[in-house]
Design a protein around this ligand. Structure first.
Ligand code: CU
Length: 478
């Protein structure tokens, strides 16, 4: 018997269980542990260790960690693969597939050396299997449907048993109709804490998975066959402004870990600090081998963890540096109109297509502060308001909020940063600028292009006044 279960046995809960078993005549433990479910999409308080070596539990961004039970010297978890409704940001919900009520599934946390038994119940309408990405384990526990085990049919429960040989940063995801099941949101984080509580220890440890969905405006189900042109770029199936902030105390040692289960790479950039990559899904990085970065690219199927000491107070942006990934539900075929005088054009197009709104002539920034009519269950392309106005971001964006005097494990949003006086960029007033000659903008004298609005319902006429033959390629008239 391990130290942990002995402690449980002499505790009061152990006595209650023993008593219940005596009365019912059943084993102290039901054959399959309970499968808890989560109904909220907000970051839940970390799950403190109650048995075994001490460790700093992780905070799963807009997620939670899966409770377990000890059964002898086995740590037992129960995952349920099932359809879920996930709020992706206030104002938009999606019908996804996930585990235990949410997408992604709960984070599994355990300790190096633990023997884990993971029950997986399939409540999906099709087969599944779970692969434990990055783990050293017996081949038959690797979770590749057809290759290392039979697929788990709907309604059935399979059991995975293995010992956690290495501490580190891992994930789990289906290896059965993988493209569809990951496009539907099935995935979860798996953290193995070091046996030595002091090893690479930090004060705050955040985890999230990068995922992407293609959900048409006004609809709820992702298009699972999309390969690259996704319109919702997510951290843990959430988009900004729905992604919770990373709340840290001043001088905390902080670790941020993420894994990429999208179809493209993501250069994750954090403002305000340089950091060092401390861990990948292959294991810990020797500190002597790490160099300072402010952006770290995470390729498809990879995981990265970086560490820094939070010694600069403030609200520091953290985001994917691909600027199309900090947008929500945008149409990529929108034309660029910067510099075009289209006041008149918009009016003419609106006659044919009511509600038409062209991209701004001065850029798209003006859309961040605009209230546009949108279909139900559709998020604005870029929003999120902070203390100085619209942030003009969506998708893979959040804020690292570094504050003084936070209690340990207090992850409550502290609000916006109170900048010390004289430390915010300010408008120059009361002075005349010396002006050198500038290039003229299209609105200042250059002849505007001639625009015509064409009604697609009417045939276009050739120079002879007769309808032109139908054109196959819809792009040929641009
Ligand atoms: Cu990205």
């Amino acid at each position: 018997m391990t130290n942990l279960s002995r402690r449980g046995f002499i505790g009061s809960s152990g006595l209650v269980l023993a008593g219940a078993a005596a009365v019912s005549g059943r084993s102290a433990f039901a054959a399959v542990p309970e499968a808890p479910t989560m109904t909220e999409a907000t970051t839940q308080a970390p799950l403190m260790p109650t048995t075994g070596p001490d460790y700093q539990p992780v905070a799963t961004l807009n997620g939670w960690s899966l409770p377990w039970r000890m059964n002898g010297d086995w740590k037992e978890f129960h995952l349920v693969a099932e359809p879920v409704v996930r709020e992706m940001a206030p104002g938009m919900k999606a019908n996804l597939w996930g585990y235990n009520g949410q997408s992604p599934g709960p984070t599994i946390e355990a300790v190096e050396g633990d023997k884990v038994r993971i029950y997986v119940t399939n409540k999906l309408p099709e087969n599944t299997a779970v692969h434990w990405h990055g783990q050293r384990l017996p081949n038959g526990m690797d979770g590749v449907g057809g290759l290392t085990q039979p697929h788990i049919p709907p309604g059935k429960t399979f059991v995975y048993e293995f010992q956690l040989r290495r501490s580190g940063t891992y994930m789990y995801h289906p290896h059965s109709d993988e493209m569809v099941q990951m496009a539907m949101g099935m995935m979860g984080f798996f953290v193995v804490h070091p046996k030595d509580p002091a090893f690479r220890r930090v004060d705050r440890d955040f985890v999230f998975l990068l995922n992407a969905f293609d959900i048409e405006a006004g609809s709820y189900v992702p298009k699972v066959n999309t390969m690259t042109d996704f319109n919702l770029w997510c951290w843990n199936s959430r988009v900004f402004p729905g992604i919770d902030p990373f709340v840290v105390g001043k001088n905390d040692k902080v670790r941020i870990r993420f894994g990429n289960l999208t179809m493209t790479n993501h250069p994750i950039h954090m403002h305000g600090y340089e950091f060092k990559v401390s861990c990948t899904d292959g294991g810990w990085v020797d500190p002597a081998a790490a160099w300072d970065e402010v952006s770290i690219d995470v390729a498809v199927g990879q995981m990265r963890a970086f560490d820094f000491v939070a010694d600069e107070l403030g609200d520091w942006a953290i985001h994917c540096h691909k600027s199309h990934h900090t947008m929500n539900a945008m149409g990529h075929s929108v034309k660029t109109y910067i510099g075009v005088n289209k006041k008149d054009l918009a009016k003419r197009i609106a006659k044919i297509a009511p509600g038409y709104m062209p991209m701004g002539s001065n850029g798209m920034g003006e859309m961040g502060g605009m209230e546009m009519p949108l279909p139900d269950n559709t998020l604005p392309m870029m929003t999120g308001f902070a203390q100085f106005g619209p942030v003009e971001m969506g998708g893979m964006f959040s804020v690292v909020k570094v504050r003084e005097g936070l209690a340990k494990n207090d992850y409550k949003d502290p609000g916006w940063f109170k900048h010390p006086e004289g430390t915010v960029a300010y408008e120059l007033k009361g002075q005349k600028l010396g002006e050198a000659p500038r290039a003229t903008s299209p609105d200042s004298g250059v002849k505007s292009a001639e625009w015509r609005a064409k009604d697609p319902r009417k045939p276009s006429l050739g120079p002879d006044g007769k309808p032109r033959p139908a054109v196959k390629n819809a792009h040929s008239d641009h």
